[in-house]
Design a protein around this ligand. Structure first.
Ligand SMILES: NC(=O)c1ccc[n+]([C@@H]2O[C@H](COP(=O)([O-])OP(=O)(O)OC[C@H]3O[C@@H](n4cnc5c(N)ncnc54)[C@H](O)[C@@H]3O)[C@@H](O)[C@H]2O)c1
Length: 252
C-alpha cells in the first residue's frame, strides 16, 4: 500500500541535492514546495515535477530570516496544504583555514544551517503536531566529524545532529520523527566550488575523492534523495533521532 500523499517542503531545492529530493518526494506522490533564495531559480525543478505529473510550488525565501521563513511556510500551507514533511537542505559554504576565517564567514554559515533550520522547523512543527504526523529530515555532512578549512561548516553540521536528536525527543509523541542524513562527497555545484577554491579541476577533484571511497564512485544527489524518501515514508516511523551517513563507506 502506498503512503498517504502529504505536503512536503524542501529548502534549497532549486538545485543539487535539494532538487533531487524534491523530485523524488513528488514521484513518491507528495505535493512539494521548493523553497530557495529566489523564486525564479525554482522554476526548472518545479517544471520538471509538473511535467512528470506531480504537484509543486516554487517559493522564494531566505530561510535564515525568521519572517521570511514563517511567511514561506504560511504560503505553502495556504496553497498546498499543511506541510508534514520538512527537508532542511539549504546550505552554504564559506571555507577557509582557521587562521584566515572571518567572523562573517563563521556566522553566515551557522545562520543558514543552524538558525535557518531552527526557523523552518519551528514554523512547520505546529502543522505536524496538529496532523499527528511529521517527518523532519535535515542535511548534516561527514564534515561534522571535522574537515580542513571548515571550522564553520563542521560546527553547523555537527549542530544539526544535536538539533535533530532534540526534535526527535520533543516531538516523538506527536507522531513526528526527526533524522539527519550525513552525505559524503556528492557531485554538485557546492563541491565544484570547493574544487575551485583549492585550485583543482573538478574532474581531478572527483578522482581524488573517489580514491578514498570504498564503493569506488562519487555520490549523486539521487543517492541522498533515496535515503530522504525512506526517512519520509510512513514505514520509517520507528526510526528517529538518527544520523545516516550516506558516504559510500563508513567515513568520508
Ligand atoms: N555536495 C556535497 O558533497 C554535500 C555533502 C554533505 C552535505 N551536503 C549538504 O547538502 C545540502 C545541499 O548541498 P548541495 O551540494 O546540493 O548544495 P548547492 O550549493 O548545490 O545547493 C544549495 C541550495 O541552497 C540554497 N540556499 C542557500 N542558502 C539559502 C537560504 N538562506 N535560504 C534558502 N535557500 C538557500 C542555494 O540557493 C542552493 O540552491 C547542504 O546542506 C549541504 O551542506 C552536501
Amino acid at each position: 500500500m502506498s503512503d498517504t500523499p502529504r505536503t512536503a517542503i524542501v529548502t534549497g531545492g532549486a538545485r543539487g541535492i535539494g532538487a533531487a529530493i524534491a523530485e523524488r518526494l513528488a514521484a513518491d506522490g507528495h505535493s512539494v514546495a521548493v523553497i530557495d533564495l529566489r523564486e525564479e531559480d525554482t522554476a526548472d525543478v518545479v517544471g520538471r515535477i509538473r511535467a512528470a505529473g506531480g504537484t509543486a510550488l516554487g517559493v522564494g525565501a531566505n530561510i535564515a530570516d525568521e519572517e521570511q521563513a514563517k511567511a514561506a511556510v504560511e504560503r505553502v500551507a495556504a496553497e498546498l496544504g499543511a506541510p508534514t514533511i520538512l527537508v532542511n537542505n539549504a546550505g552554504i559554504i564559506r571555507d577557509n583555514m582557521l587562521f584566515k576565517m572571518t567572523k562573517d564567514d563563521f556566522e553566515s554559515v551557522l545562520g543558514v544551517h543552524l538558525t535557518g533550520n531552527f526557523f523552518m522547523t519551528q514554523a512547520v512543527q505546529s502543522h505536524m503536531v496538529e496532523a499527528k504526523f511529521g517527518r523532519i529530515i535535515s542535511l548534516s555532512s561527514t564534515s561534522a566529524l571535522g574537515n580542513r578549512g571548515q571550522t564553520n561548516y563542521s560546527a553547523a553540521k555537527a549542530g544539526i545532529q544535536g538539533m535533530t536528536k532534540t526534535y526527535a525527543i520533543e516531538l516523538g509523541k506527536f507522531g513526528v520523527t526527526a533524522n539527519a542524513i550525513a552525505p559524503g562527497f556528492i557531485e554538485t555545484d557546492m563541491t565544484k566550488a570547493t574544487a575551485e577554491r583549492v585550485g583543482v579541476p573538478f574532474e581531478d577533484f572527483i578522482k581524488g575523492a573517489v580514491s578514498q571511497i570504498p564503493v569506488a564512485r562519487s555520490g549523486r544527489p539521487e543517492d541522498i534523495a533515496h535515503t530522504a524518501s525512506f526517512l519520509a515514508s510512513e514505514g520509517a516511523g520507528f526510526v528517529s533521532g538518527q544520523v545516516i551517513y550516506v558516504a559510500g563507506g563508513p567515513k568520508a
